[in-house]
Design a protein around this ligand. Structure first.
Ligand SMILES: O=C(O)CCC(=O)C(=O)O
Ligand SMILES: [Fe+2]
Length: 330
């Protein structure tokens, strides 16, 4: 198992210090609610299009999360992505940690757990690769991975743009708001692996967080473990092999003046199975200005670069991303 990051060894001291109280990480879980499931085929039928657009915007404001079926991305593209992803994660850990030399990627492309964690609640039992869409051109030695990423990114980008345009239209913004204001995009892909975890009740698979993007589109395998916060309760997202999970990110919450919600979500660690997921973060270029046209505006105008910088500072100082509340107009 030379591909496995040294989770247990790294977290040994923290685990030894843990007390019984550390076991209640996963309290307040509500399993009964079903995430809205939206059939995008309806968009192609003039009689059903409006109704479908309404379902999308209602889900974005009530849940901040929804699943879509008949999304136009073939099973082949999704399965190729996961199979290339597996090959990548099954590389020896020493190679993954040296992403720059081994894969010709940026040194920050590979991340695992949180080796700087100072308490159990900051541990995530997972590893991830980040690919910005501009990385592909340097991946000449990894042809099959590159072509799977490219196929995945192209389709996800089209889907992201369609959904963003629909959501913009429902806010009475121009339907081409995204093309006019946010090109070139700096969308990126995150490949996630959640290894089997011997202490699943003590640590997270992925810590509770909201996404910074406009929109995130997630393809997950059938294992399950994703949970989102709704009305102060955690709701599990039951995997649907036909569906993609879409969620609103912080940038769209700001742009919509809080009409659409960027919701906290997390992943539960599993003891006996490993899990894979692939996320596409639909995002604008770094200097894109985020400002709502709705009045009174809740948030100051900011650029993605400023937002990221503030988040990085907050994570260093407080251990957590403070997020949009930093930008509220008082
Ligand atoms: O793996 C998942 O289900 C969620 C991943 C996620 O939230 C992320 O990568 O931001
Ligand atoms: Fe996320």
């Amino acid at each position: 198992m030379d591909h496995e990051p040294p989770f247990l060894n790294t977290y040994k001291t923290l685990l030894e210090k843990s007390s019984e109280n550390d076991d209640d990480l996963y309290s307040m879980v509500e399993k009964s609610e079903e995430l809205p499931l939206i059939d995008l085929e309806k968009l192609l039928n003039p009689h059903e299009r409006d109704e479908c657009m309404k379902e999308i915007s209602e889900a974005a404001s009530e849940w901040g999360f929804f699943q879509v079926i008949n999304h136009g991305i073939s099973k082949e593209v999704l399965e190729n992505m996961i199979s290339e992803q597996k090959k990548l994660f099954y590389q020896p850990f020493v190679n993954k940690s040296d992403a720059k030399n081994f894969f010709n990627l940026s040194p920050k492309a590979y991340r695992w757990g949180n080796p700087c964690a100072t308490n159990l609640r900051q541990i995530s039992w997972s590893e991830a690769f980040h690919f910005s869409l501009t990385d592909f051109s340097s991946m000449d030695q990894h042809i099959t991975l590159r072509s799977s990423l490219e196929a995945f990114a192209t389709r996800m980008d089209t889907l992201g743009e369609n959904l963003a345009n629909i959501l913009a239209l429902k806010l009475n913004m121009k339907s081409n708001h995204f093309q006019e204001n946010y090109l070139p995009k700096s969308s990126f892909i995150r490949l996630n692996r959640y290894p089997q975890c011997p202490i699943p009740s003590k640590v997270y698979g992925l810590l509770p967080h909201s996404d910074t993007s406009f929109l995130t589109i997630l393809y997950q395998d059938i294992v399950g473990g994703l949970q989102l916060k709704k009305d102060e309760k955690w709701v599990g997202v039951k995997p649907n092999p036909q569906a993609l999970v879409v969620n609103i990110g912080d940038l769209f919450q700001a742009l919509s003046n809080n009409v659409y919600k960027s919701i906290k979500h997390r992943v539960v660690a599993a003891e006996h199975v490993e899990r894979f997921s692939t996320a596409f973060f639909y995002s604008p270029f770094e200097d894109a200005i985020i400002q709502s046209e709705n009045k009174p505006t809740i948030y100051k105008k900011f650029t993605l670069r400023e937002y990221r910088k503030q988040n990085e500072k907050d994570v260093k100082q407080t251990g957590d991303k403070v997020g949009l509340s930093r930008f509220i107009i008082i």
